[in-house]
Design a protein around this ligand. Structure first.
Ligand SMILES: Nc1nc2c(ncn2[C@@H]2O[C@H](COP(=O)(O)OP(=O)(O)OP(=O)(O)O)[C@@H](O)[C@H]2O)c(=O)[nH]1
Ligand SMILES: [Mg+2]
Length: 208
């Protein structure tokens, strides 16, 4: 499954605390190599499930990561990532489902997205245009989403209001910068999404 040797070890499992919880299914979406698998590994309190496979020569010219400085990335997600975490306060449990980044895996989306309350769309500002298709898919499903701008070392330094307009986001769509490798910053993006999704769904629509 997860064959990336540079991955940090998965955390030890954390059992769900007693009591009533709001259980929320969220998607982590975005184009190829934007940091979806990394974010789920960073955030999950249980050992994560991954379906990463080694990219072979057959992917050359199709999944070209050298253009974005990810020459060392040797695997790609071919089905889902899965992780779980309980938000501070122990009331809301998030089930995180990572989607594959390539258009050819689009048929998998239907299954993965069923029952999701919202999506965190990760964006790489070096190739923002690749994010529109994912945002369109999510909007077509009527899913609320938040945008997490995953900062890479050579990412251009955009002002958030400029980014909002470049990404053509609705005024109430949360937009936060994050580093998918850093727990605190990824959590900030996830909390923004959760608040937005629960507000959009209305408290009654959240399974408990
Ligand atoms: N500098 C930097 N590198 C990152 C960040 N997030 C992820 N990476 C690196 O980028 C690479 C790609 O991350 P993945 O998490 O595999 O990306 P993905 O979106 O799951 O990729 P696919 O499943 O192939 O679509 C990994 O080598 C990460 O270590 C980030 O915030 N900053
Ligand atoms: Mg992945």
């Amino acid at each position: 499954m997860d064959s990336n040797p540079s991955s940090p070890p998965s955390p030890r499992p954390v059992y769900l605390p007693e009591g009533n919880h709001q259980r929320v299914k969220l998607l982590v979406a975005g184009p190829l190599g934007v940091g979806k698998t990394t974010a789920i590994k960073t955030l999950s309190q249980i050992p994560t499930l991954h379906t990463d496979e080694v990219m072979t020569d057959a992917a050359a010219g199709t999944d070209d990561l050298s253009l974005i400085g990810l020459r060392n990335k040797t695997t790609t997600t071919v089905a889902i990532d899965f992780g779980r975490l309980t938000l501070p306060g122990d009331r809301v449990v998030l089930y995180l489902y990572g989607t594959p980044g390539q258009r050819r895996f689009l048929p998998l989306w239907e299954g993965i997205a069923t029952g999701a309350l919202g999506a965190l769309v990760l964006v790489d500002t070096r190739r923002m245009d690749e994010s529109f298709e994912v945002m369109d898919l999510i909007e077509e499903r009527g899913l609320p989403y938040a945008v997490g701008v995953n900062i890479f070392p050579d990412s251009p330094d955009y002002d958030l209001s400029l980014l909002r307009s470049k990404l053509d986001l609705a005024p109430d769509t949360p937009l936060v910068t994050c580093d998918a490798r850093q727990r605190e910053s990824s959590l900030k993006a996830l909390i923004a999404l959760t608040a937005h999704s629960i507000a959009a769904a209305g408290a009654g629509a959240v399974a408990s």
